[in-house]
Design a protein around this ligand. Structure first.
Ligand code: SF4
Length: 377
């Protein structure tokens, strides 16, 4: 992904961000038209496959176990339920399904095997599959790629300087490492930020500069507006003005002309007019469906009405990259062979026992001995 060399320093980016709003939108709209079809907007669905109970302390997140937000910790969704939800999302016009799990990091256990199966099956439905599962190792990223994962979301949230004000349980470089692992596995990178957490404009620019410094910046940059949830440390945070989100979308569009700028959380408080200006300024995707993980989002039919009003067309999947191939997962296959072998051994042991007239030892309890004595009297 190429960056705009005109705005590759903090100073030039800041100057761009502070341009008169309509000039900024005009410049963004011009650049957007040079690199993208301005009528096409991707509808993506975000599905929480494992809700709540997270050990992290992200100040904005209602899924952190330590905050009293009324979000309960659920188990991982079954593969069948995910397929049902994916079918529903596809029928409603989504071309990407993003599966989110409230984990600090991925662990190499049965849950991850199930996620691999989800990726395999959703990819075979012809949807772009994205996951957001927390920190990933190199090997885990490779397993996801092999299963057919199209994109991985891992937000940097804000500038490196402001990050520790929002999260203390991990560091900025942990995020950068995961992004590197995702990139190394050949998966499309989705990474962006949240505005309205109390950060300064400098921090918004700092976030964009973090992507500017990458050898290969993200293919997708989601811009979220904070949804202040009761019970989180940011519950009192004032809602941002709509022009701030337009400004952020436009600046991101101009700085990263080839990336998809995704208008993400916080859309419920934006009017159709404001969202229209965001699309004008280069937003190329929205999340559809009445929930974004645990926070409210416009319903499918509200969005399709908005598409009609603004003359937008839902973008088809795999317009920006080929559909990944789904391969068998070696670890899951090995586990299956092992389980089959154990089953066979058990069966053989049972058959041998019957053949040899084996009588299992019966261990007597004090009560059963007393009972026998009684009966024999
Ligand atoms: S944002 Fe993710 S990592 Fe942070 S608390 Fe929420 S679920 Fe956990």
């Amino acid at each position: 992904m190429k960056v705009n060399p005109q705005y590759n320093t903090k100073e030039t980016l800041l100057e761009l961000y502070n341009k008169p709003l309509l000039e900024l939108v005009f410049e963004a709209a011009t650049i957007h038209r040079q690199h993208h079809n301005p009528r096409e907007v991707q509808m993506s669905s975000l599905l929480s496959i494992k809700t709540g109970g997270c050990s992290e302390d992200c100040s904005y997140c209602p899924q952190a176990a330590r905050y009293n937000t009324g979000v309960n910790a659920d188990k991982l969704m079954t593969v069948d339920t995910v397929i049902e939800q994916a079918t529903n999302a596809k029928n409603n016009g989504s071309s990407r399904l993003c599966m989110g799990a409230a984990w600090r990091e991925v662990k190499d256990n049965r849950d991850f095997d199930n996620v691999i199966e989800m990726v395999q099956q959703v990819n075979s439905m012809g949807l772009e599959v994205c996951c957001t599962l927390g920190m990933l190792t190199d090997d885990q990223a490779k397993r996801l790629k092999n299963a057919g994962l199209y994109a991985y979301n891992h937000n940097l949230d804000s500038s490196e300087e402001y990050y520790s004000d929002v999260i203390s349980t991990r560091e900025y470089h942990d995020r950068l490492n995961t992004i590197e692992n995702v990139r190394g596995a050949g998966i499309s990178v989705c990474s962006g930020g949240i505005i309205g957490m109390g950060e300064k404009v400098d921090d918004r620019i700092g976030l964009l500069m973090s992507y500017m410094k990458m050898d290969n910046p993200p293919e997708s940059i989601p811009i979220n507006a904070l949804v202040a949830v009761e019970g989180t440390p940011l519950e009192e945070q004032k809602e941002i003005e709509s022009w701030e989100i337009i400004r952020m979308v436009a600046t991101t569009r101009i700085a990263f002309p080839e990336s998809i700028v995704r208008l993400s959380a916080g859309r419920t408080s934006l009017s159709i007019e404001t969202q229209g200006l965001c699309f004008m300024a280069g937003a190329g995707s929205i999340f559809a469906g009445d929930k974004l993980l645990t926070t409210p989002n416009p319903e499918f039919n509200e969005d399709s009405q908005m598409f009609d009003i603004l003359g937008l067309i839902p973008k088809k999947p795999f317009q920006d990259g080929c559909q990944p191939e789904t391969h068998k997962d070696e670890i899951i296959e090995q586990k299956k062979v092992l389980a089959e072998k154990r089953k066979k051994e058990l069966q053989e042991a049972r058959e041998n026992a019957i053949k040899n007239n084996f009588k299992p030892r019966v261990f007597k309890t004090v009560d059963s001995i007393k009972n026998e004595e009684q009966l024999s009297k």
